[in-house]
Design a protein around this ligand. Structure first.
Ligand code: SF4
Ligand code: SF4
Length: 138
């Protein structure tokens, strides 16, 4: 869960949707604060994330889109697709917006849903993904 401010929002950037809504790629979360994977790779929680990338419809995670830019040797050794898929898992992509905007309160039902999604990922898959990126669980 990531607390947000509104600084750094480009004019054409979509507004952040409500907590728990489908992600619209507004990118506010990654401008404000890094996720745990980003923190492990870049050594800070302070946004904007170095892997925050502009896309045709907003912003995306560079570790998913272009992992070779951030860990070229690892992408060469493990494969770009494998690293990208591992990043998808580790950043919780597809679960919806788990970031909180200024003054926004988390919906407990959505928080419970996020926990269920995380639990369903499977510890073995999570461990494999972490090993692929060389983070945690070593
Ligand atoms: S998770 Fe939320 S804040 Fe982050 S890009 Fe998606 S919609 Fe925007
Ligand atoms: S690693 Fe990806 S998802 Fe995590 S903060 Fe950086 S750009 Fe966002």
């Amino acid at each position: 869960m990531i607390a947000l401010d509104d600084t750094g929002t480009a004019p054409a950037t979509p507004e952040k949707p409500a907590y728990g809504s489908p992600c619209n790629n507004c990118g506010q979360c990654c401008r404000s604060e890094l996720c745990p994977l980003g923190n492990e790779l870049f050594g800070t929680w302070a946004g904007p994330c170095p892997a925050h990338e502009r896309t045709a419809d907003g912003f995306g995670c560079g570790l998913v889109l272009n992992p070779q830019r951030y860990r070229p040797a690892r992408a060469m050794a493990r494969g770009r697709t494998a690293l990208s898929q591992a990043a998808v898992l580790l950043i919780g992509s597809g679960a919806g917006c788990d970031a909180l905007g200024e003054g926004e309160r988390p919906d407990p039902a959505e928080t419970a849903r996020f926990k269920t999604v995380m639990a369903a990922m499977g510890p073995r898959e999570i461990r494999r993904a972490k090993i692929a990126w060389g983070v945690g669980g070593r």
